[in-house]
Ligand binder design. Structure first.
Ligand code: SER
Length: 328
């Protein structure tokens, strides 16, 4: 990888991955692809090139690839699960139509392509615990339907046209930088914001709702390492199960209270998110990723919690004693 285009560079993953790739590949172009209304700002704008790339517009993708001599595309455009249920046609247009545009440009211009899949690519009849790499994928959501279609289309382009497509199935991603929007796993981000700000957290999922989660630095490393992996060792391509931690609302609440004892959580269930969560696995088996390209997570719930609280306090200018005082 030398010249990289990130489609969706101002989103939850893109805003951090773009900065990380610019650090990893200082000699190349790492182009922040954005849509109108979500232009890059601050460090993201100042640290490298940016180009308008709406994934539903194949000509814009091709233009950016040509202009910057791109050899690798990170396709991060998507609607998250709950938003996608409200706009299924748009979810398909971006998730599948957009991927098709990307793969066609990649085929013509000889680019490698990374397109994340998700725990959402599984459904209610998938084995829920230690979900195997190769298993039933009959998702119940349009988000999942686009992800499974994306996995198959990407594998087809690799087999049929030799396009170097690779990907991972991301769990819920937790970060203090750019907030996510409209996902089912997002409660696990929101809970830290509430805890640090001294607010009571209204949890949308009931106790016992287990899902895989991952701290953003591990997710970014996975996205880079899979694209750097030796292709001769890859038995799979689209997509690898990766995992680092699985918890339910009670476990993350208890963990945060070890650090912020005054923190309070109440349940206010969201039926749509609960239904989506109930159809997703509790935990994935990531043995294939470990064996085929050496995947290893670095963060667990404790180290992620310490880091999240520290950075969110910095972000909001809150010191620990003030939080304790504000809640007293
Ligand atoms: N974080 C995503 C969602 O909740 C799942 O990959 O929609």
């Amino acid at each position: 990888m030398k010249n990289i285009l990130i489609i969706g560079a101002t989103g939850q993953i893109g805003s951090e991955l773009t900065m990380r790739l610019r650090n990893e590949y200082p000699g190349g172009n790492v182009v922040a692809g954005y849509i109108k209304g979500a232009e890059p700002k601050g460090a993201l704008l100042e640290s490298g090139p940016a180009h308008e790339v709406d994934i539903t517009n194949a000509a814009q993708i091709a233009e950016a690839v040509e202009k910057y001599n791109v050899d690798t595309i990170y396709n991060l455009a998507a609607l998250l699960s709950a938003v996608a249920e409200a706009k299924p046609q748009l979810a398909w247009k971006i998730g599948v139509g957009g991927l098709y545009n990307t793969l066609e440009v990649a085929r013509e211009k000889n680019c490698a392509v990374f397109t994340p899949s998700s725990i959402g690519s599984f459904g209610h009849n998938t084995p829920a615990d230690k979900t195997p790499q190769d298993t039933i994928q009959r998702p119940d959501t349009i988000y999942g339907v686009t992800k499974v279609t994306g996995e198959m289309l990407s594998d087809y382009y690799a087999r049929r046209f030799g396009v170097d497509t690779r990907s991972v199935r991301f769990p819920g991603l937790i970060s203090y930088t750019t907030p996510p929007g409209g996902g089912t796993t997002d409660y696990a981000v929101d809970i830290y914001y509430a805890a640090v700000k001294g607010e009571t957290f209204k949890c949308p999922l009931k106790p016992g709702s287990f899902m895989d989660m991952m701290y953003m630095p591990d997710a970014l490393r996975a996205a880079i390492e899979i694209m750097e992996a030796d292709p001769a060792k890859l038995v799979h391509r689209n997509s690898f199960n990766i995992a680092s931690m699985s918890f339910d609302p009670e476990i993350i609440y208890a963990k945060i209270r070890e650090h912020i004892p005054e923190f309070k959580m109440e349940y206010e269930l969201d039926p749509l998110r609960q239904k989506i969560c109930d159809s997703w696995p509790n935990s994935l088996d990531d043995t294939c990723a470990r064996e085929e390209w050496g995947w290893r997570p670095e963060y667990d719930l404790e180290s992620m919690t310490v880091d999240m609280i520290t950075h969110l306090r910095e972000k909001f200018g809150i010191t620990a004693p003030e939080v304790a005082h504000a809640m007293a």
